[in-house]
Ligand binder design. Structure first.
Ligand SMILES: Nc1ncnc2c1ncn2[C@@H]1O[C@H](COP(=O)(O)OP(=O)(O)O)[C@@H](O)[C@H]1O
Ligand SMILES: [Mg+2]
Length: 511
């Protein structure tokens, strides 16, 4: 007897269809799986055999060959367990109903339970694209899978129950998407909580308006973390497509739950500085998306930037430029998207008070420069805006009137983003921060005064060539915020100010 059922495999973020062909013939007992990566075969055979025994599903007698096609992709992982078992039950005649409109994905336990499996959402979405009517997934992943509409998602807890149902020609009832749970009101942060700090607020707004990376330097307690946590609240709301893209990454990383099946708010990821390079950028023996990709379409916050491992920091440079990260492995490469606004914070020196208005810094000049030099020039250049955050003064802290709220700021950001969306339609980019060098000069018309300001600052501040493009992008955003087609002098003068820290702290070291 012969059977064919379908499963889904995963390569990075991309799911693909797998045909599971099973051939039964008479002969001595023999069970072989071909088309799987070598090490996984033996384990899969044993697991499936024992799961069937423990679920009272008859194991076929005789010679069994199971083929997972396409054979040229060496399949890893355990996600094909369920399909292989169903294939055996079909070839054996236990299940007789036609199943060619359905896909099966999930790992089995020896008891015959389906285990939580990573990457179910991209598989469900791909199965829908391929025209499958339904997909069977582990019960624990069913809510996550039901985020995609247009396909029935069946949650399976015990494979024995499923086979019993299918052998009677019946289907279980599909999982209904329960909707997005309300957010905990205590967890909501808002810019109205931040007192004073007009310069820092302004810089955050520019960063949000143009999608720029921002670095904050200031003493402990000056509110850097507080500001960073509120960046997501002034970025435009996520579009549905962005929400699905980000949710897919969280699915691949196995971070979704029935309580939180979909990411609808821009993620805010704040990894500790002890994180490994693979944890930050992605990879590892069983490759997973890193914090950088988990922050896709949201904010990656690196607090205490100089404390991060040098390798981790340097590994961010290329992906920040490309908005995607490629992980090289023995069996080819994987790509995860990582379009983020990077927000970083740091003290200006080991004690934290270098340049403080009232407190004395206890660090030696060498200690200060050693500390700063942990952040390399090229990484520093990935930040379009550098700002000094000084501690908030007493009069601002005690002011009665609440500060401007996130929603008011976000309205302005949305307006500026609309201008950019229109300007960049069809170019593949959406905001000024992503401008390519070629496009940059096309869209940055400057007044003669603005151009002169840029030239003078370039010479006087000794800016690097890399800094030049950054300033121009920020000036473009500031002009857009005022709905000005041309970059005027005051736009440029402000943009230049956000580079002056290069010189204040890093001096000539920055190249
Ligand atoms: N501008 C401000 N308005 C209101 N509270 C502030 C402000 N700046 C600092 N704080 C208070 O100080 C605390 C410490 O700030 P934090 O953001 O952790 O500083 P940093 O990260 O720079 O060390 C915050 O939790 C907040 O309560
Ligand atoms: Mg902090």
């Amino acid at each position: 007897m012969f059977s064919k059922v379908y499963s889904m495999g995963l390569n990075g973020m991309d799911a693909y269809r797998v045909e599971v062909e099973t051939d039964l013939s008479s002969g001595l007992p023999y069970f072989e799986i071909v088309g799987l990566a070598d090490a996984a075969v033996r384990e899969a055979r044993e697991r499936i055999k024992i799961a069937m025994k423990n679920s009272r599903i008859p194991f076929p007698t005789g010679r069994i060959i199971t083929n997972l096609a396409p054979a040229d992709i060496k399949k890893e992982g355990t996600v094909f367990d369920l399909a292989v078992l169903i294939g055996l039950a079909c070839a054996n005649g236990t299940i007789q109903m036609p199943l060619s409109d359905f896909a099966f994905a999930g790992e089995l336990s020896l008891e015959g339970h389906l285990r939580r499996t990573n990457g179910i959402l991209p598989m469900v979405i791909k199965a829908r694209e391929l025209g499958f009517r339904g997909i069977f997934v582990p019960a624990e992943n069913a809510v996550e899978g039901s985020v995609a509409d247009g396909i029935d998602v069946y949650g399976v807890e015990k494979v024995g129950d499923l086979v019993a149902l299918l052998s009677q020609g019946e289907l279980p009832s599909p999982t209904q998407f329960p909707g997005i749970p309300e957010e905990d009101p205590l967890a909501i942060v808002d810019f109205s909580d931040v007192r004073g700090q007009p310069q820092a607020r302004r810089a955050m707004e520019i960063a949000a308006a143009g999608g720029h990376n921002i670095l904050m330097v200031g003493p402990p307690g000056s509110g850097k973390s507080m500001l960073a946590k509120r960046m997501g609240t002034i970025l435009p709301e996520m579009t549905f497509e962005e929400a699905i893209e980000t949710t897919k990454i969280h699915s691949v990383a196995g971070l979704l739950s029935a309580q939180r099946p979909m990411i609808t708010k821009r993620p805010f990821r704040s990894p500790h500085h002890t994180i490994s390079p693979a944890g930050l950028s992605g990879g590892g023996p069983i490759p997973r998306p890193g914090e950088l990709s988990l922050a896709h379409n949201g904010v990656l916050f690196l607090d205490e930037l100089p404390e991060f491992n040098r390798v981790s920091m340097e590994a961010l440079r290329q992906p920040l430029e490309d908005s995607q990260i490629t992980i090289t492995r023995v069996r080819g490469t994987l790509t995860y998207p990582c379009s983020v606004v990077l927000v970083a914070a740091m003290n200006p020196c080991p004690c934290g008070y270098y340049g403080h208005p009232t407190r004395k810094c206890t660090c030696s000049p060498t200690a200060v420069s050693k500390y700063l030099s942990r952040v390399s020039g090229p990484l520093l250049d990935r930040f379009d805006l550098h700002i000094d955050v000084s501690p908030v003064d007493f009069s601002s802290l005690s002011q009665k009137l609440p500060s401007e709220s996130s929603s008011v700021i976000r309205d302005r950001v949305n307006r500026t983003r609309a201008i950019q969306n229109q300007r960049y339609e069809g170019t593949g980019i959406t905001c000024n921060a992503r401008l390519s060098p070629k496009l940059l000069h096309e869209v940055c018309e400057m007044s003669p005064e603005a151009e002169n300001c840029l030239k003078l600052s370039f010479e006087r501040l000794g800016l690097s060539a890399r800094a030049y493009d950054r300033i121009l992008k920020v000036a473009r955003t500031i002009a857009d915020m005022e709905m000005s087609d041309r970059i005027e002098f005051h736009h440029m003068a402000e943009a230049v100010r956000y580079r002056s820290l290069d010189r204040k702290y890093w001096g000539a070291n920055q190249d």
